[in-house]
Ligand binder design. Structure first.
Ligand code: BES
Ligand code: MN
Ligand code: ZN
Length: 499
């Protein structure tokens, strides 16, 4: 695991295997650190730029041997693009690229200058730490031996700070990044390795270590509470379900409660409305919402915001076993609402119905649901943004703003009441899907979940397009991204500030 250390030494003196400096595409192509390194190395960086082999755009990295002139034998020059385009996300991506390049070059001690500091030293330090940890992360739990290429160890990071005061920003970023890695880890686990009972054990261990209260409801307790929608989804599975509840108390007796509610389908086969075989294995990631919530609670315990927070995660498989619910079945959710299950593959909204009703009964002032809910969100937004919708402007805006500082994008979809007609049922209070060709799949799925929030302010995040990558991207080497974890971790502080 990558250690993050800070040091007050300067770039010419730091003992490391590699040193990162950044360059820009436009005027002032070198910042102060890069200039100092350039002078000490007889114009290594400026010469490289003058040769035309690097423009300094974002996505570019050069490895320049610096033997002799610096303590670090290797200089990693990373491009940041034009000054006007640089933001936290650009720094995260540059840091991830530099860290991967260092690992590839066999560097075990990676030193980095505080590039992008014109955005604010804390922001730059935080983004470099996050980018490094996110970019290096790989899912290796089940990898015994390498195939061909040797597996290189991760470097540790020494971040060069001018003032010790920046240390707090580094530790905050580390909390956010480590939570994201936890979400990825849980989400990447195959369904046979992480059935609901095991997921509950993992969440319990996280809660114990973080100092959170923990509760896992079993089938009997769900029956007692009347969670017929969640239990219905579980019927086709041999693995019993769990409803996880993690609780953070801020210490003020009158503090309002935020509930984070995450979909935890450890495997979504579709149930009797079976999915096609191609790509079905990826449906182990259908627990990403629950993983995000457990991980965000870990971060929240460390960040200590001034509101109370519960994380709620309904966890089950969606399987087509002999006891499985059938299309046409009617189930009754905890709040008494009856639901006609017209498609057993629209299971996320069913498990969330009971989990959200539970959160509402706990007295949540705000409820945020996060789920890999609909394939339709990929049609709408591709893989660049998650959809957000809800019933409360301030909460939706708080989510979008928390996402901006986290480097996670949300795009709002409308929640007009006219859409509610689409999930009327002939026989029950609601149907779990709209008629074929109704369109608006992400809105329908979201609004269905919103039927269970009672009086709470509510926002819903559909992360089906952003929770998983098929090939490596700037910040994710493979598989689960942990998208939404950092947003959820930052949200309570934003809400506390609104009080
Ligand atoms: N888990 C899926 C949604 C999903 C799709 C997640 C792609 C990640 C990637 C969800 O349970 C589902 O099956 N949704 C259906 C809803 C439909 C039956 C109304 C869908 O999107 O097709
Ligand atoms: Mn499904
Ligand atoms: Zn699903």
């Amino acid at each position: 695991m990558t250690e993050i250390r800070t040091t007050l030494s300067n770039p010419l003196e730091v003992e490391a295997d590699a040193l990162v400096v950044a360059v820009y595409q436009d005027a002032e192509r070198l910042d102060a650190s890069a200039r100092a390194v350039d002078e000490a190395t007889g114009g290594l960086i400026s010469g490289w730029l003058a040769s035309g082999r690097m423009r300094g755009s974002l996505e570019e990295t050069a490895l320049l041997p610096a033997a002799g002139a610096l303590r670090a034998p290797l200089l990693i020059v990373t491009g940041l693009g034009g000054h006007a385009e640089v933001d936290g996300q650009a720094l995260r991506r540059a840091a991830a690229r530099a860290a991967r390049a260092a690992r590839q070059a066999g560097a075990l001690r990676l030193a980095s200058t505080l590039y992008g500091a014109f955005l604010g030293d804390d922001l730059a330090a935080g983004a470099i730490v996050e980018g490094t940890l996110l970019g290096l992360d790989r899912f290796l739990t089940y990898k015994g031996r390498d195939q061909g290429e040797p597996r290189r160890p991760d470097p540790e990071l020494f971040l060069l700070l001018a003032e010790p005061a920046r240390e707090a920003a580094v530790r905050r970023a580390e909390v956010l990044a480590r939570a994201t890695l936890l979400a990825r880890q849980l989400s990447n686990e195959p369904a046979n390795q992480l059935p609901p009972r095991r997921m509950a054990e993992r969440a319990q261990a996280v809660a114990a270590e973080a100092g959170l209260e923990f509760l896992a409801l079993d089938e009997r307790e769900m029956e007692r509470l009347g969670m017929g929608a969640l239990l219905g989804v579980n019927r086709g599975s041999h693995e019993p379900p769990r409803l996880l509840v993690l609780r953070y108390r801020c210490g003020r007796p009158d503090a309002p409660l935020l509930a984070l509610v995450g979909k935890g389908i450890v495997f979504d086969s579709g149930g009797i409305s079976l999915k096609p075989a191609a790509g079905m294995h990826e449906m182990k990631m259908d627990k990403s919402g629950a993983a995000d919530v457990v991980a965000a609670m870990q971060a929240i315990a460390a960040l200590r915001p001034a509101v109370d927070v519960i994380g709620v995660a309904p966890v089950t498989e969606n399987m087509p076993g002999g006891g499985a619910q059938r299309p046409g079945d009617v189930v009754r959710a905890m709040n008494g609402t009856t639901i006609e299950v017209l498609n057993t593959d629209a299971e996320g909204r069913l498990v969330l119905a009971d989990a959200v009703a539970y959160a509402a009964r706990e007295g949540a002032r705000w409820i945020v649901t996060v789920a890999t809910l609909t394939g339709a969100v990929v049609t709408a937004l591709g893989h660049e943004a998650a959809a957000v919708l809800g019933n409360d402007r301030r909460l939706i805006e708080a989510v979008i703003e928390a996402g901006q500082s986290a480097g996670e994008r949300y795009w709002e979809l409308p929640a007009w009441p006219e859409y509610r007609r689409l999930y009327r049922s002939e026989v029950a209070d609601l149907a779990n899907v709209a008629p074929r060709d109704a369109g608006a799949g992400t809105i329908v799925g979201g609004l269905f979940v919103g039927e269970f929030v009672g009086e709470a302010a509510w926002a819903h995040l559909d992360v089906a397009g952003t929770a998983w990558v098929e090939k490596p991207t700037a910040l994710t080497e493979s598989g689960a991204t942990g998208f939404a974890t950092r947003t959820l971790a930052l949200l309570p502080e934003r809400l506390a500030a609104l009080l």
